[in-house]
Design a protein around this ligand. Structure first.
Ligand code: ADP
Length: 204
């Protein structure tokens, strides 16, 4: 299974991705996590990305595309993956299509979590509080000012990605405002359907 989880910051992609990988034994490919790891390790990618991420802007396409191209080559991604936070621009979506076509593989489903923007701020604040309570460090970009920029980036640069996949009939949009388990159940249903379709194609 190769799945794209799509949605604005705070829409629950990370939570749902964790559940998907546990259930299907596939790799979790989060560009946000990969970039934060690069920042922490001080790699050239991290050095390039840090200030951009702290501002809440998008890291340049060629940087994230390079990160993803390397990552999908790794052994644990052979069996399938959930892309979380990628693609975030139409340019990234097109590059992904090329990368996958070169390897003779394809995306099975794109699942878009639709949420009310006003609720997102509350969710991100909650995440910050929970992180502190658990003794962790709050993400540098989890504050109201930066979140506004991240939401603007989503609206302007990422929203067209949903249209791109809708045209390819790969998009399933779901209500991300429902409680977590209900969202998970809906995702499971979409993934089961995509799996059945993929198997039917393989047989036919
Ligand atoms: P969220 O979905 O909560 O905004 P992520 O962890 O997915 O958080 O991303 C954090 C930051 O990492 C983004 O605001 C952006 O700066 C950078 N980033 C992550 N993925 C991408 C991407 N595909 N393209 C460009 N920048 C990205």
């Amino acid at each position: 299974m190769r799945i794209v989880l799509f949605g604005p910051p705070g829409s629950g992609k990370g939570t749902q991705a964790a559940r998907l990988i546990a259930r299907h034994g596939i790799a979790h490919l989060s560009t946000g996590d990969m970039l934060r790891a690069a920042v922490a390790a001080g790699t050239p990618v991290g050095l390039r990305a840090k200030a951009i991420m702290d501002r809440g802007d998008l890291v340049p396409d060629e940087v994230v595309i390079g990160v993803i191209a390397d990552r999908i080559e790794e052994e644990d991604a052979r069996n399938g993956f959930v892309l979380d936070g990628f693609p975030r621009t139409v340019g990234q979506a097109e590059a992904l299509a090329t990368l996958l076509a070169e390897r003779g593989i394809a995306i099975d489903a794109v699942i878009a979590l639709e949420v009310d923007e006003a609720a997102l701020l509350g969710r991100v604040e909650k995440r910050a509080r929970e992180t502190v309570a658990a003794g962790g460090a709050v993400r540098a970009d989890d504050n109201p000012e930066t979140l506004k920029r991240r939401l603007a980036a989503f609206r302007e640069q990422s929203a067209p990605v949903a249209d791109y996949y809708r045209r390819q009939e790969l998009l399933s949009a779901i209500d991300g405002m429902r409680e977590m388990d209900a969202v998970t159940a809906e995702i499971d249903r979409i993934v089961a359907e995509a799996k059945a379709n993929a198997e039917a194609r393989a047989d036919g």
